[in-house]
Design a protein around this ligand. Structure first.
Ligand code: PLA
Length: 419
């Protein structure tokens, strides 16, 4: 007879958790044997053949790294590769940033963007407590699903501010501004720097000014997530506009930065976390103290970050010729995505698919928030082998000249059949 269970982890204590929706989708797509299957799930760039794209500039950087006779596999320092984090900070803040010149930026290399959001969350959970700080993190409705669990896992409660207007399929700026004005003073506000996930809807520069004004009046704490710099407009500087504006306005803020998408380094986990102090006579001292505590947190979690992706990024960021080539590669990616947006919209309009489809080209970045319902998404999957998240988000890079017609016809059929 088998002995009775003596586990310390019975189902009441450790219930079966659902599979992560996005990675579950990826698994289901791989298992699907249909030759027509279309993967519009995870936000990873694909070339026009539907294949992962190793950026040509990354191949070159890889050659440089591998042919270095001094190459070794030693530990990085706790804060990571300094030649990477310093350039990563410049990329986000601008090379002529006053914050950098005044030494009020602390940068730590992280396990990509996710690790950066987590490190920031952990830091705030431990230290954002003085003088009536409100520990609730306000995230856009909707936001990247992982934001919710990263913050709640470290004990910071989540609240939402309106963001996407279902009617216009654009930004609900009035709703957003009102929610930020109504939130308790000194709340933490998570902002997508550009190419908002999942909606593809970004505030205009004027709207960013209004957001900053309300946040300043309410003394809110900005937490920027920048995972798509270069993917929104194709221009690295323009895509950093919101962050730079907030820094110019004198906010103390943090930035979680990912190089997964813009360098195509998904599995290498290259990212950084930046703390920027507000201008003040003691700003450098504050920055030094913050950096010292970030190092303690990092040491206890991962000790020190992985080296390869950071080296690739550092090689590209520090070499003017490679940097220029990277910008070209970025334009290739963003250009192909824009071409797919145009093609999808024009096909749906050509078929007379019920509804309006201008939002497909109005939205920017990696994703389009199609407005398809959960039932329509399910039907696309069961009848057409199209894989997308159930909120109606599609990763535009999954479309190409070979599958766009198939996808557009599938959408047309499903929308007509479920009205
Ligand atoms: N922040 C946002 C807004 C993201 O969309 C993602 C990735 C990350 C951070 C983290 O990416 P990183 O850890 O690889 O740097 N979002 C993906 C993948 C691409 C994911 O969910 O992990 C997505 O499909 O939404």
């Amino acid at each position: 007879m088998a002995p009775l269970s003596t586990t310390s982890f019975p189902a009441e204590a450790v219930p079966q958790a659902p599979e992560d929706p996005l990675f579950g989708l990826m698994r289901a797509y791989k298992a699907d044997e249909s030759p027509n299957k279309v993967d519009l799930g995870i936000g990873a760039y694909r070339d026009n053949n539907g294949k992962p794209w190793v950026l040509p500039v990354v191949k070159k950087a890889d050659d440089v790294i591998r042919s270095d006779p001094d190459l070794n596999h030693e530990y990085l320092p706790i804060a990571g590769l300094a030649s990477f984090t310093s350039k990563a900070a410049e990329l986000s803040l601008g090379a002529s940033s006053a914050a950098l010149a005044e030494k009020r930026v602390a940068s730590v290399q992280t396990i990509s963007g996710t690790g950066a959001v987590h490190l920031g969350a952990l830091f705030l959970a431990k230290f954002y407590k003085v003088d009536g700080a409100n520990r609730t993190v306000y995230v856009s409705n909707p936001t990247w699903a992982n934001h919710n669990q990263i913050f709640t896992n470290v004990g910071l409660p989540i609240a939402t501010y309106p963001y996407f207007d279902k009617q216009t399929k654009g930004l609900d700026i009035q709703g957003m501004l009102k929610a930020l004005a109504d939130a308790p003073e000194r709340s933490i506000v998570l902002l997508h720097a550009c190419a908002h996930n999942p909606t593809g809807v970004d505030p205009s520069p004027e709207q960013w000014r209004d957001i900053a004004e309300v946040m300043k009046a309410k003394k809110h704490f900005p937490f920027f997530d920048t995972a798509y710099q270069g993917f929104a407009s194709g221009d690295l500087d323009r895509d950093a506009g919101a962050i730079r504006y907030f820094v110019e306005q004198g906010f103390e803020l943090v930035i979680a930065q990912s190089f997964s998408k813009n360098l195509g380094l998904y599995g290498e986990r290259a990212g950084a976390f930046h703390y920027v102090a507000a201008p003040a006579s003691d700003a450098t001292a504050t920055t030094t103290r913050v950096a010292s505590q970030l190092a303690i947190l990092q040491r206890s979690e991962i000790s020190n970050p992985p080296i390869y992706g950071a080296k690739v990024a550092s090689t590209v960021l520090n070499d003017p010729a490679l940097f220029a080539e990277w910008q070209e590669n970025l334009r290739t990616m963003s250009g192909r995505i824009i071409a797919m947006r145009e093609a999808l919209r024009s096909k749906l309009e050509e078929y007379g698919t019920p509804g309006t489809w201008n939002h497909i080209t109005d939205q920017i970045g990696m994703f389009s928030f199609t407005g398809l319902s959960e039932a329509q998404v399910a039907k696309l999957r069961s009848d057409f082998h199209v894989y997308m998240t159930k909120n109606g988000r599609i990763s535009m890079a999954g479309l190409n000249t070979s599958n766009i017609e198939y996808f557009a016809k599938a959408v047309d059929s499903v929308v007509r059949g479920t009205q």
